[in-house]
Structures are given as structure tokens and as C-alpha cells.
Design a protein around this ligand. Structure first.
Ligand SMILES: Cc1cc2nc3c(=O)[nH]c(=O)nc-3n(C[C@H](O)[C@H](O)[C@H](O)COP(=O)(O)OP(=O)(O)OC[C@H]3O[C@@H](n4cnc5c(N)ncnc54)[C@H](O)[C@@H]3O)c2cc1C
Length: 429
């Protein structure tokens, strides 16, 4: 045990590992500690783990909430050395080895894992914080789903709203989040909604994807970019590259070029920054306020504190490259942090983190996905769609969730039906 640190809450005398965040990174770390001689305390502001990569499927009615959010207590039911608290971290005192919470007494730690993820970044775009729909949390996805269904219901009651852009959606960001979201919306608009709202003059409804850079999918090779562009246009999506959103109003989107788009919905899939708590730690930060870590994933000068996932700036020990903010990176880094803590407790040296790249993938629509594998090989279409499904199933946190997602995808694949397209929650004025 580290000198001067406080022993575990259970009075076991074993080192206490506090894991902040029950995302991919936190789950990876806490699970890897199952056999270690420690007490694990996992804390998250929510009582569930969210599966961000499929939030757009929740937002467009293909999956339901329990397919993308899993009870943390359920996930740790059988891990004897772990307990879960639902509480919101308000401060971390690195010198005092203590975490403070908005709604729970402070916790002292011997080892700390910071896996607090990231939040949306609007890059100072006027009106975006008030009027845009980000897609980073389960609440975001449900809010977007309700808003879109509500706009269709409103247009059903008053068809003149269609001319005002009630059904139009602008999606910002030509990376995976933006492309997957607009692709899923095109399916929802092109099948279910047309049949659901037969009286609505929906022929003029526009789905527009706006990307500030010169191309979609900048992280992929040119053949994938061209394929994605073509597949979206085939599905009726208007793709605007080299255009920057300057202001978002409730029913209008203004581009820096002067173009004004009528749209009652703007989905923001354009950027993120590390959890704001990173700024309060008084340690070195990298781009996007990410915490710089050493090869073993520890904060410099704080060898008992590990930072992993979207909140961290992780360099792959094998390639020397900074790793992207991806679920697979977060999960593997979390696991490495857990393993390293277990090694330290057992008196062994920690190991540097090496990322096992299974490729970068995105699903544009049913049967149309892209994948760029380690080594540069690319895949497009049905085969890439199967690879995307397989990789995402492995990321899901429980077999129950994998089965649920497979059943829903298969059902959706055969019937083209999105059973979650219902209006739940507060009604908009
Ligand atoms: C729409 C979308 C699509 C994506 N698609 C893919 C994809 O296809 N493939 C892929 O590999 N990656 C994808 N990603 C990225 C991937 O989801 C993230 O890289 C990953 O979730 C990061 O994991 P994490 O554990 O670091 O953070 P998170 O999963 O964000 O977890 C952070 C946790 O910290 C908790 N938390 C935050 N603040 C506090 C606080 N103050 N107190 C207590 N708890 C707090 C949160 O509730 C959350 O549970 C996608 C992301 C998004 C948003």
C-alpha cells in the first residue's frame, strides 16, 4: 500500500481503488481488478453504463434504452471486491488522495482511475448550446428522438409546418457520429415515417450533412470517403463539405458562407472535449483538455493516479502515436490500468499500454458500412457491415445486451421497422 494512504471503506485493510466513471474505460479497469487483493469502488453520475456507439440507433428508434444502457449494479453483482455508487464527482484532490462528490461524502483512495469521458464541444458556435441536439448521452438520444417524432406529429396536425422546415434536419460533422446519425435518419425518413404519416407532404423534407473540412471521413482512405459520400446521396442526404455552421436558431441554421437552411432540428456530431474536471487538477493537459499520461497510463508526478479513455491523451507504446477517442481504446486502456494496479499491489512493475487495433469502422446505413483495418486494407458494403456488427457486439458490456442488439438488428434488417419511434417524456410547446 502507498505511504500515508487511507485503507478501504470496508475496513478490510486492503488498498482501495476508486474508479471514476462507468464507461468503457472505468468498466475495463474495475473488471480487470476482480482477482486483485484490493477493494474497488466504482462511481458514476448515472447508475448505468452507456454504450455511446449505438446512441444514434436509440435516437432513431431501432434500439430501445436497455440495449444501450446497462445497470452498473447488475454488471458488478458478482464481483465480490467491487461496489458501485451513483454520485457526481465535484473535485479531485490529488495531493490529499481524495475525491469529493456533489451528493456523497468524500472518498479517499490508494489508487485512482479517472475514466470520466468527454463532453460535447460547440467551438463557440452561436446558439448551439441552446438549440442544437448533441448525441453523447442516453438523455441526448432520447431528447433527439422525442423532438423528431414531435416535429412529425406537429406536421401531421399542421402540414404548413413542412414548408417552414419542421421535418428538415441538419447534421453537423462528417466523422462517424454525423455520418451514422444522418444515415440512420435517412432510413427512418425513407421507410417508417412515410408510412406512419401518410397525410404529411413529406416529399420536400431535407436531410443535410454539413462538414467544415474538405471531405467526409477525414480519418479514412479516399475510396471510403467517396463511397460514404455516394451512399448518403443515394439515400437522399444532401452533403455539404467546406461549409461551417455559424449560428443555430430554433428553426434556422446559418452557415458561414451566408446560406440559411430552414430546419427545426440540428444534430451536433462535430466535436468533443475531455470532462471539465480535468481542468481543475492542476496537471499537464493536452489538446481537448485531455490528461497527459505516461506509457503505463499514470499522471506524471502521481504514480497512483491512472487516466484512461476519452479523458486521457494516450500514446501507444508500440507505435508512438496518440490514440483516438474510441470505445476500443478506452476499454483496452482501462483494462491495462486495472492490470497495472493489480501488478503494483502484488509488488510487480506496471506494463506500458499497447493498443490492439481491430480497425476503424462506421455504419452508414443497413448493409452499407466502411472499415479500415490495421495495415490500411479497406472494406465497404455488406462485408464491412458484418465486421462493424461483430466488433460492436464485442464492445457491449454483457451477453444479454449482445443478444438484444442482435435480435433488434435482425428484426430491423428484415422488416425495416424501428419500434422505438414513439414520443416519450415532456411534450414540447
Ligand atoms: C455518438 C457516438 C458514437 C461513437 N461511435 C463509436 C464507434 O463506433 N466505435 C468506437 O470505438 N467508439 C465510438 N465512439 C467513442 C466511444 O463511445 C468513446 O470513445 C468511449 O465511450 C469513451 O469511453 P470512456 O469510458 O472514456 O467515457 P464514457 O463512455 O463517456 O464514460 C464516462 C463516464 O463518466 C461518467 N461521468 C462523467 N462525469 C462524471 C462526474 N462528474 N461524476 C461521475 N461520473 C461522471 C459518465 O456518466 C460516463 O458513464 C462513439 C462516441 C459517440 C458519442
Amino acid at each position: 500500500m502507498l505511504g500515508g494512504a487511507v485503507s478501504s471503506e470496508s475496513g478490510s485493510g486492503r488498498p482501495r481503488v476508486v474508479v471514476l466513471g462507468g464507461g468503457f474505460a472505468g468498466l475495463g479497469a474495475a473488471r480487470k481488478l476482480e482477482d486483485a487483493d484490493v477493494d474497488v469502488v466504482l462511481v458514476d453520475a448515472n447508475d448505468y453504463h452507456s454504450f455511446q456507439p449505438m446512441l444514434y440507433q436509440l435516437a432513431t428508434g431501432l434500439l430501445d434504452t436497455t440495449a444501450v444502457a446497462h445497470s452498473l449494479r447488475d454488471l458488478f453483482q458478482n464481483q465480490k471486491n467491487a461496489i458501485v455508487h451513483q454520485a457526481t464527482v465535484s473535485a479531485i484532490d490529488l495531493a490529499g488522495h481524495e475525491v469529493q462528490f456533489a451528493d456523497m461524502p468524500p472518498l479517499q483512495y490508494d489508487y485512482l482511475v479517472v475514466g470520466l469521458g468527454a463532453i460535447v464541444q460547440f467551438f463557440g458556435c452561436n446558439g448551439a448550446a441552446e438549440n442544437a441536439f448533441p448525441l453523447y448521452t442516453v438523455e441526448d438520444a432520447l431528447r433527439l428522438r422525442s423532438h423528431i417524432v414531435e416535429r412529425w406529429e406537429a406536421a401531421d396536425r399542421d402540414p404548413s409546418l413542412v414548408q417552414d422546415g419542421a421535418l428538415n434536419v441538419v447534421v453537423v460533422g462528417g466523422g462517424p457520429t454525423g455520418i451514422e446519425s444522418v444515415g440512420a435518419l435517412s432510413e427512418l425518413y425513407g421507410s417508417d415515417f412515410l408510412k406512419d404519416y401518410r397525410g404529411v407532404p413529406a416529399g420536400t423534407a431535407r436531410l443535410t450533412l454539413v462538414e467544415a473540412g474538405p471531405t467526409l471521413f477525414p480519418m479514412f482512405k479516399p475510396d471510403i470517403r467517396e463511397y460514404a459520400h455516394h451512399e448518403l446521396e443515394e439515400r437522399g442526404v444532401e452533403v455539404m463539405v467546406g461549409e461551417r455552421v455559424e449560428a443555430v436558431e430554433p428553426t434556422r441554421v446559418k452557415l458561414a458562407s451566408g446560406t440559411v437552411l430552414s430546419a427545426h432540428t440540428l444534430v451536433w456530431g462535430a466535436g468533443l472535449q475531455a470532462n471539465p474536471l480535468t481542468e481543475s487538477l492542476g496537471v499537464e493537459l493536452q489538446k481537448g483538455n485531455r490528461l497527459a499520461v505516461d506509457p503505463e497510463l499514470r499522471l506524471p508526478d502521481h504514480p497512483e493516479v491512472f487516466a484512461v479513455g476519452d479523458a486521457a491523451w494516450i500514446t501507444d507504446a508500440a507505435t508512438g502515436e496518440v490514440l483516438p477517442q474510441l470505445g476500443s481504446v478506452a476499454l483496452q486502456a482501462g483494462e491495462q490500468a486495472g492490470e497495472n494496479i493489480a501488478r503494483l499491489v502484488a509488488g510487480k512493475e506496471p506494463k506500458p499500454f499497447k493498443y490492439h487495433d481491430k480497425g476503424t469502422m462506421a455504419a452508414i446505413a443497413r448493409g452499407a458500412a466502411v472499415a479500415q483495418l490495421h495495415g490500411g486494407r479497406t472494406m465497404k458494403g455488406e462485408l464491412a457491415f458484418l465486421a462493424w456488427g461483430a466488433v460492436h457486439l464485442t464492445l457491449l458490456s454483457a451477453w444479454e445486451d449482445r443478444t438484444k442488439a442482435m435480435v433488434d438488428w435482425t428484426w430491423g434488417g428484415f422488416t425495416h421497422e424501428r419500434p422505438g419511434r414513439i414520443l416519450v417524456g415532456e411534450k414540447e410547446k
